[in-house]
Design a protein around this ligand. Structure first.
Ligand code: NAD
Length: 358
């Protein structure tokens, strides 16, 4: 069998960042630096929130999970992410969340970047959590309870360490193997690590509580009596209709901060509340038009479901950071005929060469 000859080049190449290259990029930049820089990009974009096209993500649900498309545009650049959420996947050796995303030029509609976003989503979610905590967590917070010790958890712990100064983490997962894995992975981070036997135990002395569990049902990871005054709750695991982590009474005692209310009201902890339950959009806090934390006794709750603008920021960041770096493959995914109206002619000219392949 002969190898197929190369096809004629009628392609405008699209830069592509594979998983392997994303990992090289993270190691090259350093995860700590990347979290800082990405948080800065997210903050920049949140501060210009009104400039963006916004819509709740388009979700396709099944009994076992969800597949979502998350688009947005700032008028110059368009971006979207494809992401799934399948909590049962880990039993089969697959991940709960995988993703890829694309940036395109609004003026031409041509893609400018295609990239893996599984690793990038974990980093952007952690950067968002820590950025929000910088605005809402009590001053001097040094201890975080981290409930749900799966794929997102290391990134959450490290981001809270490098952006918010958290030095103690108290870990809990219903599966002790997940906690052991997380504690092992965090060994060199300079954190004091406590592996706990219950969520209740994990909350002891924590000023920040992150819930990051995966389950396709209404769960009660935190009950009202577990949550003392003055804490900041970073609830990011309940991100789908029918999937929550907090008892609704906690929301009644909290000031709730969200990304995009039309999406959070159907996907977040808010789905348990009436449709007019008061919330603050976090971009307003970041742009100084609404208050964040106003008292020591206030419970602040970030009902974080993940919004398209965070992915847009992450894509924008990667586009800027790969510039001039060797981490990019050229993806043959755009036809580029010499005469733009002669697509058929381009196909005809390719046929004889392609057909002598094998
Ligand atoms: P994962 O499956 O890798 O880990 C989830 C962990 O939660 C598992 O270790 C599991 O044992 C644990 N768990 C399940 N029920 C629990 C309970 N009742 N108490 C304690 N632990 C429990 O998933 P992941 O990739 O880490 O994602 C976690 C969640 O975060 C998912 O629901 C995912 O959809 C969500 N997520 C949200 C965002 C966002 O932007 N808000 C981004 C990424 C992922």
């Amino acid at each position: 069998m002969h190898p197929a000859p190369p096809l004629p080049s009628n392609t405008a190449y699209v830069p592509f960042v594979s998983v392997a290259n994303m990992m090289r990029l993270v190691h090259d930049i350093g995860l700590d630096v990347m979290l800082h820089e990405l948080a800065h990009y997210i903050e920049e974009d949140f501060r210009r929130w009104p400039e963006f096209d916004k819509s709740a993500r388009v979700a396709s649900h099944s009994e076992v999970g969800v597949i979502e498309l998350m688009p947005t545009s700032d008028g110059d650049t368009y971006g979207f992410k494809y992401v799934n959420g399948h909590p049962k996947n880990t039993q089969d050796g697959l991940q709960t969340v995988t993703a890829f995303g694309l940036l395109a030029n609004v003026a031409t509609g041509y893609p400018e970047l295609l990239t893996e976003m599984t690793v990038l989503t974990a980093i952007r979610t952690a950067a968002t959590s820590a950025l929000v905590a910088k605005y809402l967590a009590p001053a001097g917070a040094d201890t975080m309870a981290l409930i749900g010790n799966g794929a997102q958890s290391e990134f959450q712990a490290i981001a809270m360490n490098v952006l918010c100064g958290i030095t103690n983490v108290r870990l809990y997962d219903t599966d002790p193997r997940a906690t052991t894995k997380l504690a092992r992975n965090l060994e060199d981070q300079g954190l004091t690590i406590n592996c706990c036997h219950s969520a209740h135990d994990a909350l002891e002395g924590a000023q920040i509580i992150t819930t990051c569990t995966a389950d396709k049902q209404f769960s009660t990871i935190l009950t009202d009596n577990m949550v003392g005054s003055g804490v900041h709750i970073n609830a990011i695991g309940g991100d789908c209709p029918g999937k929550t982590e907090l008892h609704r009474d906690i929301l009644l005692r909290s000031d709730v901060f969200v990304e995009y209310p039309p999406q959070t009201r159907v996907e977040g902890e808010l789905q348990q509340m009436p449709s007019d339950f008061p919330v603050t959009e976090i971009w307003q806090v970041m742009s100084g038009t609404r208050p964040g934390r106003v008292s020591d006794r206030q419970i602040t709750l970030f009902d974080g479901v993940g919004f398209a603008i965070e992915d847009f920021s992450a894509l924008r960041y990667i586009r800027d950071r790969i510039d001039g770096k060797p981490y990019v493959e050229r993806l043959d995914m755009l036809a580029d005929p010499d005469d733009p109206r002669d697509l058929y002619g381009m196909l005809q000219r390719a046929a004889p060469i392609a057909s002598c392949g094998s």
